[in-house]
Design a protein around this ligand. Structure first.
Ligand code: AMP
Ligand code: GLY
Length: 428
C-alpha cells in the first residue's frame, strides 16, 4: 500500500485526494498545505505549495511513495525536478515542460512552429511598439496577455483603444503582474463556445479526459468580474465526437509531439482550453496541470484507479492502463465569500456540514476553509467550497448539487444560480 503527498490546498487538490482515497493501492494521504475540508481526508502540513525547499524537506521527513504536485506555480518553479533529484516518484511535469503554461510567448511560438490552430498574435516588450500595433490593427475587442503566470488575471479583453492602451501601460510600464508582464502577447479575438479538455500524458500516449465547461464570470448570465471559476459541468455538450476527433488529430497529439521534438517531454495532466470557432477548434490556453474547478467535475466521472494512472505516467506505461468514464453528468457549484472576486472577509462560521465537511449525495470540495478552535468550519478564501454531484443526466446532477448548496450557509455566501443553464439549452 502506498502513501501519497499531494501539494496544494484548494478544491482541485481536495478532488484529487478524494479520488486517490478510492484507490485500492493507496493507504495514507498527506497534503501541504491543505485546508479545513482536506484535513478530514489527509494529514495536512503547514508548508506552502510554492516553497520548493520546504516541500522537499517535508517529503524527506514523511517519505511518501509518490508526490503529486497540483498547482501551476510550483510546477513552473521546478518542484518536480527537485523532488526527482531526491529520488521521489512524482506526478506533474518538469519545469522545462511546465513552461507551456508558464510562458504564453513560449506556447504561442510552439503552436506557430508546429501548425497547431490558435489565434494570430504578436509579442511585445516595449509599450510604444505595442500601442502602434494596436492602432494599426484598429480591431476591437483586442486580447492582451501577460507572458507569465498572473493568478489567472493576466488576460485583458479590451473593448476599445483606451482600454487597450491602459492595459499595455499597466503590464509593460507599471509591471502590474511583476516580471510576468514585462513581455506581452497581443492576439486576435476569437469567438465561439469554450471547452476545457484535460488529458493524461506520459509523452508517448495521450488520453483526453471527459470534457467540461467552466463558468468564469462572478454573476448569473455571465455578468460581473472574471473569477477563478464559479462552477463547472461535465461533459460539455458543445464537444461533439466529431470535434473531439479533430482536436485529437490537430491539437492534442501535435502538442505532445511538439513538446517531445523540443526536448521538453510533458508528463502529467496537460490542460487544453479550447474555443470552438466557426473555423474549427483553436487553443486559447494550455495549462500544465489539472484545471480548477474542472477537476471537481472530471475526476468523479473517472471509472479507473487514479493512482494506477499516475504511476503509469511516471513509468511511461500509460498505454497499459484502461481509462474509462462513467455515463451521466457531473455538476459543481462554487459558493464564494461575500465580495469575491474583490475583497472579502475571512473566518466566518459555516453551517450545514456533517463532521467531515460534507453533505448528503454530494462531494463537497473545500477550496478555502479552515477549522476553528472547536473544530467548526470557517471560511478562509474567496472561493470557499465547490458543491458537486453526479446524476444520470445534467438536470439530475444540477438538482442534487443545488440541493446540497441550499443546506450549507455562511454570512455573505454567494453562488451562481445558473450553472449548467447554457449546457442544458444546448442539450434541449
Ligand atoms: P485565460 O486566462 O488564458 O484562460 O483567458 C481567460 C479568458 O479570456 C478565456 O477563458 C477566454 O474566455 C478569454 N480569451 C482568452 N483569449 C481569447 C481570445 N484570443 N479570444 C477571445 N477570448 C479570449
Ligand atoms: N479553470 C481554469 C483553470 O484552471 O485555469
Amino acid at each position: 500500500m502506498k502513501n501519497i503527498l499531494v501539494v496544494g490546498g484548494g478544491g482541485r487538490e481536495h478532488a484529487i485526494i478524494m479520488k486517490l482515497a478510492e484507490s485500492k493501492h493507496v493507504d495514507k494521504i498527506f497534503c501541504a498545505p491543505g485546508n479545513g475540508g482536506i484535513s478530514k481526508y489527509a494529514e495536512c502540513f503547514n508548508v506552502s505549495a510554492t516553497d520548493v525547499d520546504g516541500i522537499v524537506a517535508l517529503a524527506k521527513k514523511i517519505k511518501p511513495d509518490m508526490v503529486v504536485v497540483a498547482p501551476d506555480d510550483p510546477l513552473v518553479l521546478g518542484m518536480v525536478d527537485a523532488l526527482q533529484a531526491e529520488g521521489f516518484m512524482t506526478f506533474g511535469p518538469k519545469a522545462n515542460a511546465a513552461i507551456i503554461e508558464g510562458s504564453k510567448v513560449f506556447s504561442k511560438e510552439l503552436m506557430k512552429k508546429y501548425n497547431i490552430p490558435t489565434a494570430f498574435y504578436e509579442v511585445f516588450t516595449e509599450s510604444d511598439k505595442a500601442i502602434d500595433y494596436l492602432k494599426k490593427q484598429n480591431s476591437y475587442p483586442a486580447v492582451i496577455k501577460a507572458d507569465g503566470l498572473a493568478l489567472g488575471k493576466g488576460v485583458i479583453i479590451a473593448q476599445n483603444e483606451e482600454e487597450a492602451v491602459q492595459a499595455v501601460h499597466d503590464m509593460i510600464d507599471d509591471l502590474k503582474f511583476g516580471k510576468s508582464s514585462a513581455r506581452i502577447v497581443i492576439e486576435e479575438y476569437l469567438t465561439g463556445p469554450e471547452v476545457s479538455v484535460l488529458s493524461f500524458t506520459d509523452g508517448k500516449t495521450l488520453v483526453p479526459m471527459i470534457s467540461s465547461m467552466d463558468h468564469k464570470r462572478a454573476l448569473d448570465g455571465d455578468k460581473g468580474l472574471n473569477t477563478g471559476g464559479m462552477g463547472t459541468v461535465s461533459p460539455n455538450p458543445c464537444y461533439t465526437e466529431e470535434i473531439a476527433k479533430e482536436c485529437m488529430e490537430k491539437i492534442f497529439l501535435p502538442t505532445m509531439n511538439a513538446m517531445n521534438a523540443e526536448g521538453r517531454t510533458f508528463e502529467g495532466c496537460l490542460y487544453f482550453g479550447l474555443m470552438i470557432t466557426p473555423n474549427g477548434p483553436k487553443v486559447i490556453e494550455y495549462n500544465c496541470r489539472f484545471g480548477d474547478p474542472e477537476t471537481q467535475v472530471v475526476l468523479p466521472m473517472l471509472d479507473a484507479d487514479l493512482y494506477e494512472i499516475f504511476e503509469a505516467i511516471y513509468n511511461h506505461e500509460l498505454d497499459k492502463v484502461d481509462i474509462k468514464w462513467h455515463s451521466g453528468a457531473c455538476a459543481c457549484v462554487v459558493m464564494a465569500s461575500g465580495g469575491y472576486p474583490e475583497s472579502y472577509p475571512k473566518g466566518i462560521v459555516m453551517n450545514g456540514f456533517d463532521d467531515r465537511g460534507q453533505t448528503a449525495d454530494c462531494f463537497v470540495y473545500h477550496a478555502g476553509t479552515k477549522l476553528g478552535e472547536n473544530g467548526e468550519f470557517l471560511t478562509n478564501g474567496g472561493r470557499v467550497i465547490g458543491v458537486t454531484a453526479k446524476g444520470c443526466d445534467l438536470s439530475e446532477a444540477l438538482n442534487t448539487a443545488y440541493k446540497g448548496v441550499s443546506r450549507i450557509s455562511f454570512d455573505g455566501a454567494h453562488f451562481r444560480k445558473d450553472i449548467g443553464h447554457k449546457a442544458l439549452e444546448i442539450l434541449s
